[in-house]
Design a protein around this ligand. Structure first.
Ligand SMILES: Cc1ncc(C[n+]2csc(CCOP(=O)(O)OP(=O)(O)O)c2C)c(N)n1
Ligand SMILES: [Mg+2]
Length: 329
């Protein structure tokens, strides 16, 4: 069982993702942030539950809906907000925006604008980890986040095939939010339970309530144990839902307000808050975490506002290298 401290940490991180994104949406409307945002609002339990089962030196790959993954793996919200605001002090020196934030020190191999693009990257990392472990290093684990739509891409199937064949230490975490852009799942795949797809690649596939942070944590923990002990990959499907559009500004003609309301009744954040209170965590500890989150988001906006804008003359530096070392290849 998790300690009180760790339980509050799960709540704090989910709330930080929610508040960070709602604030970013607001700041975008007011002009601080150019470019697109694909909000993760509603899906926070997936990122937080899964990353809570990883070590700092394990790695994740992310998606176009990546803010939650970064924050859950320890990403700095000041550098994230500065990046969204196209500032020189942001994660990619203000040149990448929402879709490219990366932090190798934290094992974050990057947000990714290419649907399913992160999945083979995680398999490559897992192959390296397996080879390093054969030379005596502790086994590290790679976890790839991707959506339901990504499971219809060739890259998904090729990556799972090799991971299953080579028994690599990788976890495939599918955030099934029922839609790929505006296309509902029954119009894009012949199976509705996506974890069944794991069978074709000789790995366990489990479906969990992706709005229950503890259920996600437990499933991921079991998968991490398997991977660390050389038993190979696991596919986890988290059933969840995004409360906002595919992108901020999406008119959402493909779904009904009733459907959204039904899922909002299962919001992972107030649900876990109620659970914490029932489990004996004090109101004051919870409120303290809530206060910290608000202060961090305010500080992130302040940091972004004060930072210098990205400069046109730096546009070609760091394109293929570390954005901070100015290298051009
Ligand atoms: C290879 C590729 N094809 C198409 C797109 C356009 N696109 C961006 S997001 C998206 C939907 C992805 O759906 P899903 O994987 O379920 O993720 P979700 O947006 O629901 O989180 C599509 C088709 C893209 N970015 N990359
Ligand atoms: Mg989806």
């Amino acid at each position: 069982m998790l300690s009180h401290h760790k339980l509050i940490e799960l709540y704090r991180l989910m709330l930080l993702i929610r508040r960070f994104e709602l604030r970013a949406i607001d700041e975008r409307r007011q002009g601080l942030i150019p470019g697109f945002i694909h909000p993760y609002v509603g899906e926070e339990a997936c990122a937080v539950g899964a990353c809570a089962a990883l070590n700092r030196d394990d790695v994740i790959t992310s998606t176009h809906r990546g803010h939650g993954h970064l924050i859950a793996k320890g990403g700095d919200v000041r550098l994230m907000m500065a990046e969204l605001a196209a500032r020189e002090t942001g994660y990619c020196a203000g040149k990448g925006g929402s879709l490219h934030m990366t932090d190798f020190d934290l094992g974050i191999m990057g947000a990714n604008g290419i649907v399913a693009g992160g999945i083979p990257m995680a398999v490559g990392a897992a192959l390296a980890f397996k080879k390093q472990a054969a030379n005596g290093a502790p086994m590290r684990v790679a976890l790839s986040f991707f959506g339901d739509g990504a499971t219809n891409e060739g890259a998904f199937h090729e990556a799972l095939n090799l991971a299953g064949l080579w028994k690599l230490p990788v976890i495939f975490f599918c955030e099934n939010n029922l839609y790929g852009e505006g296309t509902p799942q029954n119009k894009q795949a012949p199976v509705s339970q996506l974890s069944l797809r794991a069978q074709a690649y000789a790995m366990p596939g489990v479906t969990v309530d992706g709005n229950d942070v503890l259920a996600v944590y437990q499933a991921t923990r079991a998968a991490v144990e398997r991977a660390r002990h050389g038993a190979g990959p696991t596919f986890i499907e988290g059933l969840t839902y995004r409360y906002r559009g595919h992108y901020e500004g999406d008119p959402q003609v493909y779904r009904s307000p009733q459907e959204v309301a039904e899922w909002q009744a299962r919001d992972p954040i107030p649900r876990f808050r109620r659970w914490l209170v029932e489990a004996g965590v004090s109101e004051s500890d919870i409120e303290q975490a809530e206060g910290q989150v608000l202060a961090m988001v305010d500080e992130a906006v302040d940091y972004a506002r004060k930072a210098p804008p990205a400069r046109v003359q730096d546009a070609l530096s760091g394109v293929y290298g570390n954005a901070h070392n100015g290298a051009v290849f």
